[in-house]
Design a binder for this molecule. Structure first.
Ligand code: NAP
Ligand code: F7E
Length: 364
């Protein structure tokens, strides 16, 4: 049996504190009027690894709106890469920890005492996983074990979400891909995610932990990193339209992906952890489009013809490609009541508009 938070959702205490770790441990260093741990107010507490990433920022917003106390793990850096969560910084608590460092993870979980842990942190760029395969394994595979161990030691009654990936299906053995489709990863990243997936299942079965994997297909947004193809295209379109570039260099235009909106997918993560029984789910739209179709829609959004600007470049091809991904999200729809709300066309339009605005502001 799994203990569950029984407080009321929707209640939030005022807050303006940011706690952050230091080399001397976890310290409150910027407390204005709320100097006690927010957990005592009865709100559920979530701890997000990867809170500075695309999904972490949307999930933090989603949980704050539901009345959660939201805590996040950030790794030490000589700069503060908090661009995506800058607007939330007064409403969340940040703790210094690293997926490579077991002690820091245990300390963070122990300090926060979360009801829910969302393990989103990873080396998430597939192309980099071929040039940094060992690091990718440390972050994206063993990092999951470290996060699970931290929960087992410091908060065994918490619920754990693992960010699994459609890259695990890789060279797909059936289409569409569901929870029952065997894995055939095609990159060091995909291999690492398969490990993360199975260690989550294993900890659930070995230690009776509430631990689930969400196998999420590609999800995008204006907050997507610039190296991923959708954002590279929307940013490239905006720079070309503003007269700042004359071409866009891409790799394989034939690859097909099931692209959804990241804001919808963090809702699916939350829904998984509200279920009475821990289980794994595939999350995607059920539609698939090629990179070329994404280009056509993105250039078309500003009345340009993609063929006039896109050039293929060997540098962006991969040693092994994932040709086709498309989800069968039936289980999530029927058991979690989850459905995507943003169409492919709307997603492309939002991303291009955001980059058009961003470049317009930069140019003054
Ligand atoms: P993202 O934007 O690349 O964010 C990755 C996050 O992980 C960042 O906050 C990063 O922190 C953090 N991180 C990386 N290494 C770390 C370390 N050693 N210790 C602590 N934190 C570390 O990724 P995303 O798109 O939000 O994806 C979230 C998760 O879902 C990832 O696990 C990804 O693999 C998985 N996933 C994503 C998709 C998708 O389509 N977006 C689909 C399936 C699964 P910094 O800011 O310091 O770099
Ligand atoms: O590539 C092709 C490329 O890098 C998509 C991550 O969030 O989703 C993401 O992984 C496709 C590939 O995402 C370029 O070859 C062509 O076929 O945007 P991407 P991804 O590899 O699908 C999964 C689900 C994750 O879990 C990952 O964390 O686009 N492509 N030309 C290109 N890709 C890039 N990046 N750049 C190009 O120039």
């Amino acid at each position: 049996m799994h203990a569950r938070y029984s407080g009321e959702l929707g209640l939030r205490a005022p807050r303006c504190c940011v706690s952050i770790g230091s080399s001397y441990g976890l310290l409150w260093y910027d407390v204005d009027f709320l100097s006690f741990p927010l957990a005592v107010t009865g709100m559920p507490t979530a701890l997000i690894t990867g809170i500075t990433g695309q999904d972490g920022s949307y999930l933090a917003e989603h949980l704050l709106a539901k009345g959660y106390r939201v805590c996040g793990i950030v790794r030490r850096s000589s700069t503060t890469p908090y661009e995506r969560i800058a607007h939330l910084i007064d409403d969340i608590e940040l703790f210094s920890a690293d997926l490579l460092d077991q002690t820091s993870l245990v300390d963070a979980v122990d300090a926060v005492k979360p009801d829910e842990i969302y393990n989103l942190a990873a080396q998430s760029f597939v192309q980099t996983s071929w040039t940094q395969p060992v690091l990718t394994g440390e972050f994206t595979a063993l990092g999951v074990t470290r996060a699970l161990e931290a929960m087992r030691k410091a908060a065994p009654k918490a619920r754990f979400y693992q960010a699994s990936s459609s890259e695990q299906f890789g060279k797909v053995v059936e289409t569409p891909q569901s929870e029952n489709t065997p894995f055939y990863p095609r990159s060091p990243y995909g291999v690492a995610k398969v490990y993360g997936h199975w260690i989550t299942v294993n900890y659930r079965e070995s230690f009776d932990l509430y631990a689930v994997s969400g196998i999420l297909f590609n999800h995008e947004s204006p907050r997507r990193g610039l190296e991923f193809v959708t954002r590279k295209i929307s940013d490239g379109v905006a720079r070309i339209k503003h007269g700042l570039a004359t071409e866009l260099r891409l790799g394989n235009l034939d690859a097909r992906r099931d692209w959804g909106f990241a804001g919808d997918y963090v809702d699916a993560m939350w829904r998984m952890l509200q279920s009475d029984t821990p289980d794994d789910y595939v999350i995607g739209t059920g539609s698939t489009f090629s990179v070329q179709e994404f280009c056509a829609a993105a250039f078309g959004a500003v009345d340009l013809e993609w063929r006039d600007y896109v050039k293929q470049d060997e540098r962006f091809f991969r040693p092994a490609e994932v040709d086709l991904l498309v989800a069968d999200p039936t289980k999530a729809k029927t058991q979690l009541g989850w459905t995507p709300t943003v169409t492919f066309e709307e997603l492309v339009r939002r991303m291009v508009e955001a980059d058009m605005d961003r470049w317009a502001q930069r140019r003054g």
